[in-house]
Write a protein that binds this ligand. Structure first.
Ligand SMILES: [Zn+2]
Ligand SMILES: [Zn+2]
Length: 142
């Protein structure tokens, strides 16, 4: 599905109105690799919409997150980082440089081990492996 078509159907489902500005923000985000920050999205969007403000980009990204159009990579990262990959996966996070790597979903096995209490409706779960990346370890040794 084309990114623009996808955006339209996601907005339809979420009851969010499609504006050219929102379309550009979404398409820009989805074209970026990894887990961009709102500031990185803003820098790219600004090339197409020179008059847009960082606050507007933030506001729309939060609207997208709240309405389920996009996902936040992690709520524990400290700053807003956005997920651009649709397939379920887990993350490795370096606690020193805050860099993030995608790792294959520990999925099925973990889910089997999850002991969700009665009455709790699990919607999604995320695994984050915190540690120190090789580069940061080398720096620490210096
Ligand atoms: Zn690091
Ligand atoms: Zn990811």
């Amino acid at each position: 599905m084309k990114t623009s078509t996808k955006f339209h159907s996601l907005c339809d489902e979420a009851g969010v109105s499609v504006t050219p500005q929102r379309q550009i923000i979404y398409e820009t985000l989805m074209s970026m690799p990894g887990h961009p920050s709102a500031e990185a999205v803003y820098a790219q969007v600004k090339e197409q919409l020179p008059s847009i403000s960082l606050a507007t980009v933030y506001k729309n990204l939060h609207l997208f997150i709240e309405s389920g159009i996009i996902r936040e990579m992690s709520q524990h990262h400290g700053t807003l980082r956005l997920e651009t990959k649709a397939e379920p996966h887990d993350h490795l996070v370096c606690r020193t440089c805050r860099k993030v790597w995608d790792i294959e979903h520990a999925g099925a096995k973990l889910e089997e081990r999850l002991n969700v209490p009665d009455g709790f409706k699990a919607e999604r779960y995320a695994v984050e492996v915190l540690g120190v990346c090789q580069t940061c370890q080398e720096h620490e040794r210096l």
